[in-house]
Design a protein around this ligand. Sequence first.
Ligand SMILES: [Mg+2]
Length: 414
Amino acid sequence: LADAHRVIVHADMDAFYASIEQRDHPELRGKPVIVGASSPRGVVAAASYEARRFGVRSAMPGFRARELCPQGVFVASDIKKYAAVSEQIQRVFAEFTPLVEPLALDEAFLDVTASLPLFGDPMTLARRLKQRVRDETGLAVSCGIGPSKLVAKIACALGKPDGLKWVPEGRTRELLDPLPIGWLWGVGPATEERLRARGIETIGGLARAEPDRLRDVLGERAAALVALASGHDEREVQPDRMAKSYGEENTFERDVHEREIVTRTLSSHAQAVAARLRHDRLLARTVTLRIKLARARGERSRSSRQGAPDYPLLSRSKTLPHPTDDGAIVRRIAIELWDAAAITAPVRLLGVSVQKLSAAGDEQLGLFEAETARMRRLGPALDAIRARFGDRAVRFGSEEPKKLTPSMRKKRGV
Ligand SMILES: [Mg+2]
């Protein structure tokens, strides 16, 4: 019964990386800013709302973004700077509740049930939260409020940009029922297509369906997805320290096979994961690479008959002798795992995560662990240098485009 009265906020920064660049470079405001595809073979890490109007989306290859938006302003990704802003917003979130579950650098779930008496009603709390984020960072955060993670997340997405939307318990069905089925967690494009073939187009349509009759389409997940469509989502907000794994992943808009796009993507994920470890003063020993192949399994395979999954999902892990929070190490292992997997087919999803977490102060330093200690100090040191001398002060070689064009050389004075 207590769950029925939960109040959960999903807070998500608007066009995070692009908004930071527009904040720091006023000449970019109002312009279509595209972050992270500064070489034609890079991938888009973020696009400003002005760029999204042209159809530019994150994880899109740079050349595609250039086709769609030739007038776009392409800016190199600076994950260290974004991680520092992430720390600021996570600190603001912690002012409102200790129950914060970060989902990525720029978004989190907050269970604010117990904090409501301090702030009044959910809307007042969320307005304060939005104002605090703006005061600290100068940036807009969208907030969705609901009785479950599902509803809070959808309310947040519907309100963007600079959104604030509250969906109370009694209005959950009203929100969910008319939404296209693809909005439901766990319903990817292939599952969506199969449900549509059955005449199920909306979340409400799935909620009214008989799970047993969808077993051939949804497999084992049928009952759980029908329940979710009905608004039954009991998942709790899990504060970050309890997390067993930190991860970042993305789905590409088109299938990718170029090694450079793969390594850049893994690099960006590794830096983001490491920044989150440092933020929470944690170390990780295991690095896991997730790869979803673009080639669908054969129609006659066993899993296909059961309905899902549609694309082979591979997972490769390596456990290190010593725990780390260093992005360069996480990146190196992720790329080693990629090379060892010897993937020849195009991929549609790449993810990097870390497991076997421990508190940063816990491990004992042995005689031969000086290098580990040095590497551990590197991350925070870079963060500190950036904080003091600005975000251009430190840059990883691996983040630089392979070839500088004459205009880029001029801009950078090299
Ligand atoms: Mg966001």
